[in-house]
Design a protein around this ligand. Structure first.
Ligand SMILES: *Cc1c(COP(=O)(O)O)cnc(C)c1O
Length: 392
């Protein structure tokens, strides 16, 4: 039989030639500050485990108890018979935490973005999106046969222009990342909310990297700007700071009710195992009753960022625990990552087409559970390797 997939092999060779083929790194231990990647012990600066919840004793215990009580899988989509009381209890808890009327949990953040945008927008509408929005938002936008406008990154004049040009459409949706995942900068959501009000647009924020990080008790970007009630759709993920799994939408009751009826990525997929739900519930409790986690995250962020900047590295416009170390050409970023790995540090290179050709970087994320020794050692490694490669 002919190999119908030969073209994929050719494509892979192509990617390899351009240095764009990335094998999967293997995490050989729990997700911790120091862990094993590809068989080597490293200080891990690549995980989104902001608060160190991934293997916290309270989370383990909550998940185990849920397995004992409810079993593991649910074996049905939410709409058939996959909704247990614990799913609803969690959605109520999450809404309260987010200070909204209601919330709805999807299997993942990507499903929340895809399903929500697809469900609420139609052919006569327009979606207005920041040029650096996450791929899962872009996917959602692509699912709708409607007009699309992209505004320059965080550019409020550009957004206003797009809104002015959009008045002829039936509805307008402005959608933005809260914290941008490649640069660690924050969307001016207060200004976005005002412009959207002025031009009668629906607003949606993707708080994947703001949840558990920004605002009081990690409530996210809306709390950070204190604009509760001014953003129509608060989307986030339970898989980053909360270190479990899932995406959610928080907002008005009618938003939740409608998405249950119409969001395809909600309807056509099996509900979370109760152990996942119980772990999420414990994480939301923990972030509120143990404030040290968010505090330590920011203490470590400030400490590490200042040290890296003092070495002379360019950290761009980062305002959050995501600190890019911007080194120009792709080959610089790839070498910096490879050489620091050899010295016991794991931070991935991010190169074109994910970022522009002259802003290739190694992206670092510190967490609440890195010790001062971890961070000092990481800074030492960046200094040694940076000097060796003539980057600083
Ligand atoms: C990670 C991420 C998502 C997807 O979340 P998952 O729960 O991992 O599917 C969505 N948006 C942004 C901005 C992200 O960084």
């Amino acid at each position: 039989m002919v190999n119908h997939l030969q073209y994929l092999k050719d494509e892979i060779d192509n990617l390899k030639k351009q240095n764009l083929f990335t094998p999967l790194p293997i995490l050989g231990d729990e997700q911790k500050a120091r862990t094993i990647i590809n068989g080597k012990e490293v200080i891990n600066l690549s995980a989104n485990n902001y608060l160190g919840f991934a293997n916290h004793p309270r989370i383990r215990k909550a998940a185990k108890e849920a397995i004992d009580k409810w079993g593991f899988g649910v074996g049905a989509v939410r709409q058939i018979c996959g909704t247990m009381p614990i799913h609803l209890e969690f959605e109520e808890q999450l809404a309260k935490y987010k200070k909204t009327e209601a919330s709805l949990v999807f299997v993942a953040g990507i499903a929340a973005n895809r399903g929500t945008i697809q469900a609420i927008m139609g052919e006569e509408d327009v979606i207005i999106s920041d040029e650096l929005n996450h791929g899962s938002i872009i996917d959602g936008v692509r699912l709708v046969k409607c007009e699309r406008k992209i505004y320059p990154h965080r550019d409020m004049k550009g957004l206003e222009q797009a809104l002015k040009e959009s008045q002829k459409f039936k509805r307008r949706l402005v959608v933005t990342d809260g914290v941008f995942s490649m640069d660690g900068d924050i969307a001016p959501l207060d200004e976005i909310a005002e412009l959207a009000e002025k031009y009668d647009a629906i607003t949606m924020v993707d708080d994947a990297h703001g949840d558990g990080v920004l605002g009081k008790d990690g409530r996210g970007i809306i709390d950070h700007f204190n604009i509760h009630g001014k953003i129509d759709i608060d989307m986030g993920t339970l898989s980053k700071a909360f270190a479990c799994l899932g995406g959610y939408i928080a907002g008005k009751q009618e938003l939740k009710d409608y998405l249950i009826q119409r969001a395809r990525s909600f309807i056509f997929t099996t509900a979370h195992p109760p152990a996942v739900v119980a772990a999420c519930m414990e994480a939301i409790k923990m972030v509120q009753d143990e404030p040290q986690h968010v505090k330590n995250l920011w203490k470590n962020t400030k400490y590490f960022k200042e040290k890296i900047q003092a070495l002379g590295f360019n950290t761009g416009r980062s305002q959050t625990p995501i600190t890019p170390i911007i080194v120009g050409e792709s080959k610089n970023a790839i070498r910096l990552s490879e050489e620091t790995f050899k010295e016991g540090l794991f931070a991935k290179p991010i190169v074109y087409p994910l970022v522009s050709k002259d802003t290739s970087r190694v992206r670092t994320i510190v967490t609440a559970i890195h010790t001062k020794e971890d961070l000092d050692e990481a800074v030492d490694i960046f200094e040694r390797v940076g000097k060796r490669l003539n980057l600083i």
